[in-house]
Every structure is written in structure tokens, then in C-alpha cells.
Write a protein that binds this ligand. Sequence first.
Ligand code: GLC
Ligand code: MG
Length: 578
Amino acid sequence: MTTWSSIVLLLVCGLLAAEAAEPWWQTASFYQIYPRSFKDSDGDGVGDLNGVTEKLEYLKEIGITATWLSPFLRSPMADFGYDISDFKEVDPLFGTMQDFENMVARAKQLNVKIILDFVPNHSSDECDWFIRSAAGEAKYKDYYIWHPGFVENGVRRPPTNWVSVFRGSAWEWHEGRQEYYLHQFHKKQPDFNFRNPVVREEMNDVLRFWLAKGVDGFRVDAIYHAFEVEADENGNYPDEPRNDWTNDPDEYGYTHKIYTVDQPETPHLVYEWREILEQFQQDNGGEERILMVETWSPIEIVMHYYGNETAEGAQIPFNFQLISNLHYDSDAYHYEYLINNWLSLMPSGKSANWVIGNHDKNRVGSRFGADRIDLFNILLLTLPGCSITYQGEELGMLDAYISWADTVDPQACNGHEENYMAMSRDPARSPMQWTDGKFSGFTSGDATWLPVAQDYAQRNVQKERGVALSHLNVFKRLQQLRQEPAVQEGDAEVKAVSSYVLAVKRYLSGEYVYISLFNVFGYIENVNLNEVFSGLPSTFQYALVTGKSIKQLGDRVAASSVTLMPYESIVLRSTTTI
Ligand code: GLC
Ligand code: MG
């Protein structure tokens, strides 16, 4: 071989090897921790970082690759940490920087990756930057969006009709500066001005700071709010058109959001952040750092966050399709459509992610019924790509009942008692249920910041460990199955067998075929898998059963006739390889 051809060969081999090594996040199982409610180590009734550290082994036990943590940075807690007053400090309620470092060190020992919640859209009004901006200090003057508003008949009114997500005008008058500032969320969460390059650099610096502290990536909060439409030549902003379904100017739905969310500039911010992550990796080595972004946008827009022809974006733009579009009565065709739609719209070379709950949504078992808890865990963990599980969903935790008097979520408190339950995010934020002891083992103190759910004595880690087909043990079994080559890296076909039954086939040459089956409704169903999948092996075995099953693990079944009990979900494995 000539020198040149051996060099070319070496290069090709190198490229192939680089391609073969799958990035760690691609088929990872993510777990969201809401630190206030995970584990309290110091008895003050609020969870903290030492509590998380103490429970990292639990994450290992349930097969978690990485955890993203809701914010624990310094905050007056108007939105429970999503109102940050110092982007580089830990709030004393959650612990110290040393506690954070200990958590990261322990996580590294256990090989659990740590993802930080990065909240770029706004700071707290108690943030030094905002205080200086309000005081008109030259460097900070344009860190936020300010406008004097208009005076009509001697009465001052806000610059536009824009409404805050948490109700009421998105503009708040500031006595000191004698101007309004924009806040798309709470009035204690002023929006940054991302058209100011200094602000962008400031936030880039926040990313570098935490990367240097050893985090493996960021969950980016509320990204679709980052930009608003640019002001006109007079510095004014346009009103948004009205929606006709409400006459209440305080209701978020009062206007049609064409100027306050999903502006074309926004994905480019994410591309810029991805470059910072890449640069950090180049300079410091280690595994790929990732971005997971939160955007409640139309699916075509969400896809832009993956990147474009010239730039890489987020590895994981949260796939909220199942949260936003599935409902209690959705049939199997609807599930099929939503899953395949994401897979087919995804740009080539990207990978999928699946989310069904978080700290802003009611519990899965409360939205879809407790009968479907295993169904969603099995679906998330057997679809291709990565899964994202909110704390407690592995136990099938349900919404806690929180009375109006106990309600603390600003999204509910800013509204009315009549319909606070429809607005409140508190029910999904109740303390994690560890044991059947006092306060579900969450705290040793004598109060908790939110009440513990009433059913904790039946639904908790300790108890579910000991029940063979508990939600927890089904979840753990799923994590084992996820290690199988066909489930890890195989192809996927997602098909509704009928309105009632959804089927997911995972297959890889030389391996066993896996099929997960989901009986979405409460009837006994019999299905012939050959009707939807071609070339199937004729015999399967039960690889995962749940509390709804009458079959046992290992039982054999013909592909042509599988019977499912009401709401039963199972995983089958072929008895021969393909
Ligand atoms: C995101 C968070 C939510 C928070 C909001 C404002 O949507 O998930 O909890 O209230 O952003 O930061
Ligand atoms: Mg505490």
C-alpha cells in the first residue's frame, strides 16, 4: 500500500470509529429533580442539595443516566427559584457552593450526569443587574426592556396590551426609573433585553461558569419568550391582536402571541450557546455537554432548535407533543400520529426525546388516569431516543390535593379561588414519597412547604420496592430491557393495531425483536401483530408484565394472537433472533 492510500484508509477508519461511538445522551434515561420537593436534609421542610446528594444512589437504582435539576440559585422565590437574583450563587435555602460541588463529585463517582436549569429569559427584580438598570446606570440601562408607556387624558397606560403568563399586564411601572419594564412571567421576573450584546455575553458567561464547575449541560428555561418583536423607530412596540374567546384583559389568552414568543431570532441564541459548549469541550475534553430546551411552540418551530444547515442547536429540544396533544380520550391512532410525526419532522441525523410530565403539569396518573401510569413509563422507555421522567412518576405519584389556603404557586395565586385548581402547579410539586413514615420520609422537620399527597402510605419508594409488579419495579425492569441492543439502537416502527391498541416494534439485525403493546382503553383486546408488522418471528415471550397482566414473565405467546387486559401494557421479546 502506498503511504497515501494508508493515510486515506486510516482517516476513513477514524471517521467510522468516531461515528460508531454513540454520544451518551442519545439513549439516556433522564430524570427531572425538583429540588424543593425531592429530599430535605436539614429539617426546614424544603428539599436541598445535600438531600439530592443523599439520594443519588436511588437514581442509580432506577437506572438513570442524567438528572436535570430545577433551579437552586439565589432567589427571592417569587416563582420558587425561576426568579434568579444571582446566577452564580447557590441559594442558602438549598445549601452552599460547597454542597453543590459535593453533589457533582458524588454524581461523577456514580456516573450520573448533572444538568443545570439555565433561566435566560429573565432575572429576579432583586438581581443586581436589574437594580442598576432601574437606576439608569450606563452599562445596565438596556439590560431589560423599558418603555415610558403613554399618557392619555392624564392617565398613564402600559406600552402595549401584552399579557403576563401569570395574569395581568406584562408591563410593570417602576417608580424609580419612571418607566415600565416588561415581564412575561411574574412582575418579580423582568425580561432581559437579548438585543443587547452585553446581555448575551453576560449569559454566555453564566454558561461558562457552570461548565467550569463540572455540569454536563443545561436545560434552557422558557426559551420561546427570549425575544420580543423589535421596537419601531420611535422605540414603540405593537399591540398583539386579540383572541375572541376571552374578554378578560388579564388572562394570558387575551392576545394572540405573535410579538412576544417564537421570534425568528430565538433559535440562533441556542446555536450560540451550543458553540460555547463545543468550545468548552474542545478546551477541556470530557464527554459531550448538552442543551435541552423548553419551548411550547408549534412543532415546525421546535425543529429549528435542533439546528440549521450551518449551525448545531440543542441535542434535546423537549418533545412536548404527547403532553400538549394527547388527552384522556385519545385513541391509539392519535398516539401513533404524534409519535411518528415527531420522528418524520426531525432533521436527519438528530435523535428523538420523549417527555410526559414535569413540575408545571399535573401528574400523569391524574391527567390520564392511574390505570395508565405503567403505559406511559413503558412508552417513554421503549421508544427510540432518550426518555425524560419527572421525579415520582416512576412510583406513579398522583397530584396532591392542595387547598386554596395552602396554594403558593404564583400562577394560581394571581388568579381566583373559583378556578385555582386549573391553574395551580402545586399538586405536581408535592414532596417525593420515600417511605410510609412521617412526611413520607421527605423531611425530619415538622412541616413541609407543600403538603404531602394523601396516598403516600401506599405509594412510596420503600413500599414499592417490595411489591413485585409495582410501578417502581416495572420501571426498573424497563431500564434493564433498555440495555438490550434492539431497544438501545434498533430501528423502530410505531403502529396502531386498532383504535384501542398501540404497538412499538424495535429491531436490529442479529438480535431479538421487541414489541411493546399498549391497550389504551378499559376493554379486553385480542390483536394479531402480523396485521401491522411484516416478517415477524412467530413466537414471542413476555419480557415485561405489569400489575394489570394475567401472564407471567417468560410465558410464550403467538404473534398472531396476543390478548391484553384492560389498560394493560407489556413488552414481548421474540424467541428467535432476526
Ligand atoms: C418555565 C418553568 C416554569 C417557570 C417559567 C418561568 O416554564 O418550567 O416553572 O415558572 O419557566 O421561569
Ligand atoms: Mg432544607
